[in-house]
Design a protein around this ligand. Structure first.
Ligand code: TEU
Ligand code: CA
Length: 637
């Protein structure tokens, strides 16, 4: 049992302990190798704060609390070989249906629009389409607040539209992955409504309730979307938990009736022929207790109380039961868990084949630089990708399989984060493609990434649509008003939020140079990026040097050479922080990748020989040195 008297070495031997210490060391810009030092390793856990060189009172207690239910966990050892699976070879394309293609002139994307664009997806070469939620929803969090799991959101169409889409995708050898949001439901879901109408009935215990303290919330937990994580309901005279928006009510997974409902929903869609699920914040479903969160840690990471549910006591039990009761009963279905906060070791416990839980997870440690959050503007340093990939490509084990992504509907466009100068966006988009399709793991593309789509410009809060951004705007206005005065506070708040808002990823897909970029004949629900006359699918499909054709080429390469899927990852010149170079090798082929992670010319760390055949490069050829953000893929013949 880990206690405050345990040594840091004991803690570091546990999956969760290693991940947490690594996370805090990385944020404090200290090397994990610090723990190899025998003196440091023998320090008591209570000395962790001193090790980090900054006051984070209570961090040791937080580690003890988080590890309490996971004592003795040991990740299964890595076998010598990798099991071949279709979903390890596939390329996944995430569609945000609201912004993909409108066909009925209401300014909102729909299922018929996706069906209309299947030829485009075939041309690109993707194997799986992942749809962000399409279920009936009031749209408070753009569909991540589900009101009816067996009904299609009316703006997106009907269940017949869904059946037509699924049939046509399958006829084109494209699989369909749905987005399963079961950590919470909409407060308009019938379960929650029944809980309010009949507090003594069976549905109240579908959700997470607690008595307040006097007139205040049960504890100090905050929502991911700013503000307290609790709503008060006079009907029950209690408070209900919402880790996300005030209309997204957390389900009580400790209730077997809730779990049975979820498995029934999953089986209903799998019986319809769906090929897999991306599972929204699935690591948050097990909460340990409602004790207060560590306020200082909450301040440091921006969310208070997270240690009570980020890796909860019954998480593995629920994930194993879910596979047994649903996915495991269907052939070749695949599951990817969205698991904010799970590090590599906890991910092994959740995805190693022997564990019978999830196939893949999304880890987000590379999406922001260590210790940074997109809630506050900062200059993203591309060089951070090197230690990230070195770790996940060499330590994750052959019985686990990485997901490889740079964008999704929750984050600004990567090319803009790295360098807002449009002069670099094509070269950067192609650099990220080289990395995404040549490291080991399943690539997950986000709509528009294959075009090099960028962040847009928002003029005022009226241009924003995301509940998280609007909440933060209000929160920051209130905070800044105390220092800069109300007159400037709203502008400062908006400027802060506009940098990292999720809305950047949700502007309409840019199809061509016609009105609204060909997305809709009506005013779209969110503004179109003004750069669509240059960045759009039609223009790029006519240009062989476009980002689109570069993605198409790399996807084809990955399909042609199994070495790029299952081949060994062999990093070289690891000492060079400005470049990222590696081999992919198996018995049949050998590939070499060289990437310049900076906006400066860099000396090539390793010489090219006449065996190096350039297959793809974002400058279209090579030079004596590596140019800004230059990325090249060679086959050695
Ligand atoms: O995201 C959860 C998540 O980790 C991110 O949304 C992140 O917490 C958030 O951007 C705050 O920084 C999933 C979905 O991808 C997201 O769209 C939903 O809003 C959220 O869950 C709630 O369902
Ligand atoms: Ca529409």
């Amino acid at each position: 049992m880990i206690t405050l008297e345990s040594t840091l070495r004991d803690v570091y031997r546990t999956p969760a302990g290693k991940d947490i210490i690594d996370m805090f060391l990385s944020a404090a810009k200290k090397s994990p190798k610090l723990l190899d030092n025998p003196v440091v390793g023998s320090l008591k856990l209570s000395a962790l704060e001193r090790l980090l060189g900054k006051r984070v009172p209570g961090i040791a207690e937080m580690v003890v609390q988080l590890l309490a239910a996971h004592d003795g966990e040991i990740p299964p050892p890595s076998p010598a070989t990798i099991t071949h699976k279709w979903w390890k070879e596939a390329v996944v394309y995430q569609i945000y249906p609201r912004s993909f293609q409108d066909t009925n002139g209401d300014g909102i994307g729909d299922l018929a629009g996706i069906r209309q664009r299947i030829p485009y997806l075939k041309e690109l070469g993707v194997d799986v389409v992942w749809l962000s939620p399409i279920y009936d929803s009031p749209g408070d969090d753009m569909g991540y607040d589900i009101r009816n799991y067996r009904k299609i959101m009316k703006e997106f169409g009907t269940m017949k539209d869904f059946d037509d889409l699924l049939r046509d995708l399958h006829q084109n050898d494209i699989k369909l992955m749905m987005d399963l949001v079961v950590n919470h439901t909409s407060d308009e879901h019938e379960w929650f409504q029944k809980a309010l109408k009949d507090p003594a009935g069976p549905y109240k215990d579908y959700y997470m309730w607690a008595a307040g303290k006097d007139d205040d919330a049960p504890n100090n937990w905050t929502s991911f979307f700013a503000g307290p994580a609790w709503n008060y309901y006079p009907e029950t005279e209690e408070w209900a938990l919402h880790l996300f928006s005030k209309k997204q009510m957390d389900l009580n997974w400790d209730n077997p009736a809730v779990r049975a409902e979820v498995y029934d929903i999953v089986n209903w869609w799998l019986t319809k022929g769906v090929d897999g699920f991306r599972m929204d914040v699935i690591n948050l479903i097990s909460k340990d207790n409602f004790a207060n969160g560590n306020a200082l840690i909450g301040k440091t990471i921006g969310i208070c109380g997270i240690e009570h549910y980020i890796y909860g006591p019954r998480l593995h039990e629920y994930l194993q039961e879910m596979r047994q009761e649903s996915f495991g009963k269907f052939d070749d279905v695949f599951t990817v868990g969205e698991t904010p906060g799970l590090g590599l070791e906890m991910a092994k416990m959740t995805t190693a084949e022997e564990r019978g839980e999830l196939d893949l997870i999304f880890n987000f440690d590379h999406i922001d630089n260590p210790g940074k959050s997109r809630i506050y503007p900062y200059d993203y340093d591309l060089r951070c990708l090197k230690p990230y990939f070195l770790k996940w490509q060499t330590q994750y084990g052959n019985n686990c399989w990485p997901s490889v992504f740079f964008e999704n509907h929750d984050n600004p466009r990567m090319v803009s984060k790295v360098n807002a100068d449009p002069a670099y966006s094509v070269v950067l988009a192609k650099l990220l493609a080289v990395m995404q399709f040549t490291v080991k793991g399943t690539p997950f593309l986000y709509q528009g990434q294959e075009l090099g789509m960028t962040n847009t410009t928002f003029g005022s809060p009226a241009d924003l649509r995301d509940v998280e951004a609007l909440n933060r705007c209000q929160e920051f206005t209130d905070t800044f008003a105390q220092t800069v005065g109300m007159a400037d506070a709203q502008q400062v708040a908006f400027d802060t939020v506009a940098w990292g808002t999720r809305d950047h990823a949700r502007t309409p897909m840019q199809w061509d140079t016609s009105q609204n970029a060909g997305f809709s004949t009506a005013q779209p629900w969110i503004g179109v990026n003004p750069n669509y006359p240059v960045i759009n699918a039609a223009t790029e499909m006519d240009n062989p040097d476009s980002v689109f054709h570069f993605f198409k080429k790399l996807i084809a390469l990955r399909k042609k050479y199994e070495t790029l899927v299952y081949g060994a990852f062999r990093p070289v010149f690891v000492w060079d922080k400005s470049t990222f170079c590696y081999f992919r090798v198996d018995g049949s082929s050998k590939f070499y990748v060289e990437i310049n992670l900076t906006d400066k010319d860099q000396k090539r760390p390793g010489p090219l020989t006449r065996r190096h055949r350039l297959l793809a490069g974002n400058y279209g050829g090579t030079a004596v040195y590596l140019r800004p953000y230059e990325a090249n893929v060679y086959r050695l013949v």
